[in-house]
Every structure is written in C-alpha cells, then in structure tokens.
Design a protein around this ligand. Structure first.
Ligand SMILES: [Zn+2]
Length: 177
C-alpha cells in the first residue's frame, strides 16, 4: 500500500476533499482556542455528506487518547460496521499510529490529511507493505491542499510557541525546516 498525493486525486474529488480538509482545520482552530492540541477531523459518508466533525480535547478529558479521529470512529462505530469501506476521514494533521490503525480496523474507505506529521504520523510508523495493511482497502491520501496544510502547521507553530519546540521540529520534519 502506498500513500497517495495530489497527483493521484482527480479534480472533482480534490474539490470535495479540500472542503472537508478546511472543515477539519476549522476544528483544529477551535481546539487551539480552547488550549487543546490543535488537531481536528471530519467523518464523511459514502454519499459525500458530512456525518460529524470533532476536535482534539486532550486538555478537558485529561486523556492522551482524546484524538478527534479516534473519537469519531468510536462515536460512529455501528455505522462504520454496517458500511465497510464507504466512509472517509479528513484530518488537519496526519493521523497518528493509533488513529490510522483504528481507521483501518474500522474499514474506512479513505483517510485524507492536510499536513504530514513526521514525528507521530501513522504512515511512517506502520509497515505499509505488511499483510495486515495490504488486506485493508483503506486509501491513504496526504498531504493534500496547501492552504489547509499551511493553516494546520501555523496552528501547531502557535501551540508550541511556549512549549518544547523540539517536538514541533520533529513533526515538521524536513518539509518546513
Ligand atoms: Zn491519533
């Protein structure tokens, strides 16, 4: 399995993707405004309709696992179970190992993200050529949409302004250094 990029997405799909990535970034902005790690995600049905949007809530839930992607998957588990490989997940930042693994377990059709995470990004930490990953038909696409990517990275910049900047450098990797 490979991670797809801009060149692999046709124009109508890209327009659709950009709209939902903007929505995911808007959720990340809301998380940041509330003092939480600035990530957001959106779950979309096979018909292209929005199912739900969610932001990171690590601060209030006092949880390391309050990632918006995982929250959405758990909230809509029955729907995903009934409609395998039809729903899509859009994330402001590349989903982590946990959320990407859960997305494949939940048999999502597509996982699309705005900005790469070179530190905890799932696509760097899982074996894309493993038999488990290859047994899943989940399409991975990212980074996509320069505008959403820049907005997502700007939120991370602001969040880490008074925190450990080494983590921020690790997330950005070589792309932004
Ligand atoms: Zn996660």
């Amino acid at each position: 399995m490979f991670v797809l990029g801009l060149a692999d997405v046709d124009a109508p799909t890209l327009r659709h993707d950009i709209g939902f990535l903007r929505m995911a970034v808007s959720e990340a902005r809301s998380a940041f405004a509330d003092g939480c790690f600035p990530t957001g995600a959106v779950l979309v049905g096979g018909n292209g309709d929005l199912i739900s949007a969610c932001r990171n809530d690590n601060r209030h839930r006092r949880s390391f696992l309050a990632h918006p992607e995982l929250t959405l998957l758990l909230q809509h588990e029955q729907l995903l179970h009934a409609h395998p490989y039809t729903c899509s997940l859009y994330a402001s930042l590349e989903p982590c190992l946990m959320c990407l693994g859960a997305s494949m377990m939940a048999r999502l059709g597509r996982v699309v993200w705005a900005a790469n995470d070179h530190w905890a990004g799932g696509s760097k930490l899982i074996q894309l050529n493993s038999s488990f990953v290859r047994s899943r038909r989940t399409e991975l696409v990212g980074p996509l949409c320069d505008e959403a990517k820049a907005a997502s990275v700007a939120l991370l910049d602001s969040y880490f302004e008074s925190r450990d900047r080494r983590v921020l450098s690790a997330i950005k990797g070589h792309e932004h250094s």
